[in-house]
Design a protein around this ligand. Structure first.
Ligand SMILES: [Zn+2]
Length: 505
């Protein structure tokens, strides 16, 4: 809310930029790779542990501690490169980027300068990833256009600093986590495109299982470069960088603001100077931090502790396991599984949810039903119980069992939710046993029909009203049958029998 408020309060950004300028945007995206261990040591990688519990002499930068490469992380980066059509040079090497700051105890970050793992390639802008309310150009295959990449390199993440008044806390758990940096060419032109780029890139990383890419958890972070030049000028304008923006909509807001600000200054004859600004999303404005920062400020040099990587064996290995891209997956879910486009997009954007769906189908559930349960009921239950698909007691096999007893008419959808809650508490129960425990049994059709007939006979006044057209009262009759029955039948089935008895269906 704050962001929106600040955004509206700022009179500078009511309008879009002056049309006389060409806007050039480049994005540098940092993406944490989904690995069990860190990049150069065997410490556990991941989010949510007590501060400074996953550390060792290597990731704490102790003198004499040497790095050991995480081959899996290199393979994931190559996989990302192959998915995005990059070329993978036969040799890639490591460089030290020197800087002095408490988030990097060695005083250098092990990174890659001139021989990165992946060169070139491009990111598809999927039409369904443009911001809500923005009409993306319609395309047949869903790809609006491809945004060129400069390169992808691999490096280690820095520690996490949390600043308070007068002091800061540092958590080295994050320090040394494998981090991909995906650097686009200056090939984007609008804030909406930048938004769609980030969303598409996130889906690709998630779909391929390379990264969870959750921006809220800092697993994906974005630096933005933007410059303006008058139409007709070949040379790019001075580049303004905004670092570490932590949501896609904030990137879009920052760009809208910054384009407007630069256009106004250029209109007023104020030259832009290459600089780094900080985007304050709450205030809705960017503030200059420093000017002129160049690669030579970091005094890069080849890392003497790590030999260059010969990539060929890994490329051969990774080529065998290239997964489907989000557009192919989405298309398959729509055309083969018959899901609505919105459901397919939801599953494409969440790898864990997709895995749960796929495993529920593997456990025997019909795909459309499984998707519906996973997207609607399961996500609601997980939010309610503060759990995730990975940590919850409910398994895809349970869910397939629940869907099955609904299909068989043993329980209604509402009753199935009670079954789910019981399984959550007692995961050793299978769905039929849980339904049995709750007194839900498959109805004996003959007995149920007799029950319906009895209720209709006892309530002839209501029956007359229904026959006269007040069909809403069918629910009242269903309720009466439900009340009289033990075990509880499926209310849908009861309504069906009533309507058929009254000649209404
Ligand atoms: Zn370590």
């Amino acid at each position: 809310m704050l962001c929106t408020k600040g955004f509206l309060l700022n009179p500078k950004i009511k309008n879009m930029p002056a049309a006389d300028y060409l806007v050039t945007i480049g994005l540098e995206v940092h993406c944490q790779i989904r690995t069990a261990t860190k990049m150069f040591c065997s410490c556990r990688a991941g989010f949510g542990y007590d501060p400074n519990t996953n550390v060792c002499p290597t990731c704490l930068g102790m003198p004499g501690a040497l790095p050991v490469l995480n081959e899996y992380a290199i393979g994931r980066t190559i996989l990302a490169g192959l998915l995005l059509g990059c070329s993978i040079p036969p040799i890639s090497k490591w460089d030290r980027k020197n800087y002095f700051y408490p988030d990097m105890p060695k005083n250098y970050q092990t990174s890659q300068l001139d021989l990165p793992l992946c060169i070139g390639g491009s990111v598809p802008l999927y039409e369904w990833n443009f911001p809500a309310g923005v009409a993306a150009p319609q395309t047949e295959a869903g790809v609006v256009r491809r945004v060129r990449l400069d390169h992808i390199h691999l490096e280690e993440d820095a520690a996490k600093l949390t600043h308070f008044a007068g002091y800061s806390l540092v958590d080295y758990n994050r320090g040394g986590t494998p981090l991909m940096e995906i650097v686009s060419a200056p090939d984007l032109h609008t804030p909406d495109e930048a938004y769609a780029y980030l969303k598409s890139l996130q889906q690709i990383m998630v779909c391929a299982g390379i990264s969870n890419a959750d921006m809220e958890k800092g697993e994906m972070r974005c630096d933005v470069n933007v410059s303006l030049r008058p139409k007709g000028q070949e040379e790019l304008g001075e580049k303004i960088e905004m670092k570490n923006i932590n949501s896609m909509s904030a990137v879009r807001r920052a760009l809208i603001y910054e384009i407007r600000r630069q256009a106004e200054e250029l209109d007023a004859g104020i030259r832009q100077e290459q600089s780094t600004r900080r985007w304050d999303d709450a205030l809705g404005e960017s503030i200059v931090m420093r000017t002129k920062e160049n690669a030579h400020d970091y005094r890069y040099h080849t890392c003497p502790d790590l030999i260059p990587i010969h990539t060929d064996p890994l490329v051969q290995k990774v080529r065998q396991e290239i997964p489907e891209l989000p557009d192919a997956r989405r298309n398959r879910l729509i055309t083969e599984v018959g899901l609505p486009a919105a459901d397919a997009t939801t599953l494409v954007g969440d790898a864990d949810l997709y895995d749960f769906f796929r495993q529920t189908v593997d456990a025997g559930a019909p795909a459309r039903r499984a998707a519906n349960w996973v997207i609607n009921t399961l996500t609601a239950v997980l939010t309610e119980k503060g759990s995730t698909t990975v940590g919850c007691p409910l398994t895809p096999r349970h869910l397939a069992g629940i869907i099955d007893i609904v299909e068989q008419g043993i329980v209604s959808t509402n009753q199935a939710r009670e079954v789910l809650d019981l399984i959550w508490e007692q995961p050793e129960l299978e769905a039929p046993a849980a339904a049995d425990k709750l007194g839900f049994k498959k109805t004996d059709a003959g007995a149920l029909e007799a029950q319906v007939d009895a209720v209709l006979a006892e309530n002839s006044d209501i029956v007359d009203l229904v026959r006269a057209g007040n069909t809403k009262l069918i629910n009242a009759l269903t309720g009466k049958v439900m009340k009289e029955s033990n075990p509880k039948p499926n209310p849908k089935l009861v309504t069906q029998i009533i309507t058929s008895r009254l000649g209404l269906s």
